[in-house]
Structures are given as structure tokens and as C-alpha cells.
Design a protein. Structure first.
Lengths: 246, 246
DNA sequence: CAGTGGTCTAGACCACCGA
DNA sequence: CGGTGGTCTAGACCACTGA
């Protein structure tokens, strides 16, 4: 007979698995041990392991592939859809796009950054990296973004650490720095394009653009990225789907 | 020994439950029979019923309340958060707002409406209702919307069928017409306010506003509402959360 | 207190995958 | 073919709810 427990067993197992992910015991794209082994490892029934894994599949941390195994989710690569990327062309299907780094520099954290990242503010040098990114498709820029990340998670980031290309920044975070963004919160505004944004997007000044202010979180709801994106919505729009087909 | 089945048993049970919902055997807010009874009714194990219910809970059709029962989800009432309503004030917490019907009229369906609603176009009279709605908080309008629904689902809709108030339109659809919207798809654009929108929202003409084009679906992905909302994002924004805390 | 959903077990057989 | 996750059973005890 087992003593009464404060938290359900399967949640403890789930947290153990998350611990292993945080420790990078299993890398993105790699399979976990099979369910029977995990059951032995944690001294629980296989159904309990399945409940734990089910939770992590629901929150997109793991993916199950029948006949193959359970894998650490990898943020999508070129071709397939980008996770958390909701900008699509108004007509025509989803198309590949190009990401280009315009600039990068170190910065001292301001009050807002200290708050969102929970930084200690006593250090001498810069606390943050700030990047300017441009996204384009078919040779035409459709969005620019300002990306801010704390230095302590992205040591030695520089231009070479952020190659241009067509994969998501989050893929880079994951592969080069072990930073997994598993949750984002975005605030959307319609604003007039600033002169620099208008220029980058080939818009008339004061033309409306969609401003998306995002904060990205990793495990345990720790904020690790703050970005603001400006999108021209003449040829593109932001897509939101809520609810699942019944 | 059971014969091989093409679809999993729990999915068949899930579809049976959906059937009952479509037939309104259980009304929104009402409890379903308990899990043991459902297991008897469908001749399956209780875990299979739980898997079926789990699916419907995941897609927000049902809600489980420990110690009480499993209920047909009811679109939220005043005070609590509205489902599918993602507009929140920039500062301060979520606040109650007022919905006001500005106008309503019958219309012949155009090509777009015929496509989205899959209408037969041979009838003589109007095929659609078109409503203009205004949303305000603290006496100040922050959004206006154009709502289009097919007549055949909303017979005898008129001004009295759409009282002003602070509950969601979807609550009305559900309670008065048995129409459950369980999924919405939205396209977001930043546009210049038209003169009528600017006037309604107390903006200067050509000021940027957020345009949200939504299609609402009921069971089996049948489209039942099309609406366009214009939101002023000086005092409000549109909130998107993706992913769950790990 | 009785009734509900929540958790958990220890099995079984199935469908899928790749060598 | 062996190994994986997917489905399913028939129970058990727990925690929560409301009368």
C-alpha cells in the first residue's frame, strides 16, 4: 500500500522527464527510452508513464510516433510550418521565406528587461543582445523584428552565431544554446509604421502595420526572449485558430 | 474476441456523444450521465469512456468537474472570460463590456457567403442576416463588428432576438438557436479606419485599427458565422497565447 | 454520507515501422 | 521479424462535492 501523496504520481513522473530535458539528457529530435523502460525506471505502471508523456505531448514538448518511439520535439525546419509563426500570405499557400540579420549589439538592460527576464542588475558589461531581423519572401520584405535575449543564456552570440537562412531562430536557440522556447504570449496592435519600418517594408510612412509584441518562455515559465515584430498586412496576415473540429 | 475495427472504439464513443449533443439530448450547462453509466450504455470499459470524454474536454466541448460530473460546456457568461474573445485593455485587468446592436437586416447571399456557408442559392427572399454591433467599456466604444449568419439556422431573428447586454453573442446562439460555435479561424490585418469605423470608435480618419476577419464553425466543421471586427489598439490589444507552461 | 470524477495498476492484443 | 506506441479491459482506491 502506498502512502498518500500530495501530487499525482504521473505528474511527478512528468516533472522527472522535464528535469531530464532541462539537463539535456535527451536532445531535441532524439527518442526517449521506450515506455516499458520508463515504467521500470520510475517504478510505476506503463499507463502512468503514458499519462505523463501524454501531458508533455499536449504541451508540444514531446511527440509520439507509432512504431518508432517518443521524441523530444524539434522546432520545425525549413519547408514545414514554423511553430509559433502565424504569418501567412493572403493568397497562395504558405511559402518559404528568408531571415536576415540586420544588426546585433550588446545593451544594458532597462527596467522593462530586468522585469521580464528577472535579471540581476549589478554587472558592468551589457546584459542583453538586441538584434534586428528582416523576413522576406520572393525577394520582398514583409516583416522586420527587434529581438532581445539575455546574455547569460546566449554566451558568445555574434553575427556568426545567427546565420541568415530559412530556419526559425528558435531552432538555433535550441541547437546552439540548448534554449527551448515552449510557450509564447503575444500582444497585437495596429500602428502607423515608423519611418525605419516603412522603409524596410517598402511602405508609405504612416501606413498601418501589425505590431506583435512577444515574450517567449522556456520550462517553468522562465522568460528568455522578447521580440517586437512589424508586419505589413497588405500581402500577409496573422492567422489565429481556436478550438478543434468536433 | 472482438472483430478488427477500422476506427478506435473510444473515437466511436466520442462520436456517439457528439451525436447526442447535436440532437440536444444534453443541453449546454447540463451534466452527462456519469462515466459508469456511459460505459454501460455503450458497452465499453470505463477507461474507454474516459478517453472519449478526454478528447471532447481537450476540444472544449465538455468540462469535467471532480465530484460533480461532466458537463456540456457553456459559453461564458458575464464576468468570466469570454471564449474566443481575445481583446483586453492595455492597462488594468479585464473589465466587463457592453454589446449593442446597431442595425440588422436581411440580405441576399453573395458569392463569398455562398461559399463559406455552402448555401443553396435558389431561394427568393434573403439568405442572410447582417448585423452591426458595437462593443464598449466604461462608456467608450472600443470595437465595432459586422456579423453575418445564414437565415436557415437563425429563423425569426430580429432586434428582440439580440438584446443588448454583456453576454457573448455565442451564448445567445447557443441558448436561443441551439447553435454551438466550437471553433473559429481568424485573419488579422492592420488597416486604416474607414470613416464609419473611425466615427464609431472616436478615432481620427485613417488612424490604424486592427481588422479581425473571423469564421465560426460548429460540429463537423460547418461554418455558421462570419464576422469582421475593427478594434482600436490605442487602449486595447489582441492577446494570443501559444503553448502551455512546461 | 453517497456519488462523482481522478488516479493507478497489471495485464492483453493491435497497428505500425524498419531491418 | 522484433520493437515501438495505440487501444482496451476490469478492476481498485483516492479526493472532491453537496446534501
Amino acid at each position: 500500500m502506498r502512502a498518500m501523496r500530495s501530487t499525482p504520481l504521473y505528474k511527478e513522473v512528468r516533472d522527472q522527464i522535464v528535469q531530464s530535458l532541462v539537463r539535456s539528457e535527451w536532445q531535441p529530435g532524439e527518442p526517449l527510452p521506450n515506455e516499458k523502460e520508463l515504467a521500470k525506471r520510475y517504478f510505476v505502471a506503463i499507463s502512468t508513464v503514458r499519462a505523463a508523456i501524454g501531458d508533455l505531448v499536449d504541451s508540444d514538448v514531446l511527440v509520439r510516433k507509432q512504431g518508432k518511439g517518443t521524441f523530444v520535439n524539434q522546432h520545425n525546419f525549413r519547408g514545414s510550418r514554423y511553430r509559433f509563426f502565424n504569418v501567412v500570405p493572403n493568397r497562395g499557400s504558405k511559402e518559404p521565406f528568408n531571415r536576415k540579420l540586420i544588426s546585433i549589439r550588446k545593451e544594458k538592460a532597462d527596467a522593462e528587461a530586468i522585469r521580464t527576464f528577472g535579471l540581476q542588475t549589478t554587472r558592468g558589461g551589457g546584459d542583453l543582445y538586441r538584434m534586428r531581423i528582416k523576413l522576406s519572401a520572393r525577394g520582398q520584405a514583409f516583416a522586420v523584428a527587434d529581438v532581445v535575449v539575455p546574455i547569460h543564456l546566449f554566451k558568445n552570440l555574434d553575427v556568426n552565431g545567427i546565420p541568415n537562412g530559412d530556419e526559425s531562430l528558435y531552432t538555433l536557440y535550441q541547437q546552439k544554446y540548448g534554449v527551448n522556447i515552449i510557450r509564447v504570449v503575444e500582444q497585437l496592435y495596429a500602428v502607423k509604421a515608423s519611418s525605419s519600418v516603412a522603409k524596410a517594408l517598402s511602405l508609405l510612412p504612416d501606413e498601418p502595420v501589425l505590431e506583435v509584441r512577444r515574450i517567449g518562455y522556456t520550462f517553468y515559465d522562465v522568460a528568455v526572449e522578447q521580440r517586437t515584430t512589424w508586419i505589413q498586412t497588405r500581402d500577409y496576415h496573422y492567422l489565429v485558430t481556436q478550438g478543434a473540429p468536433g
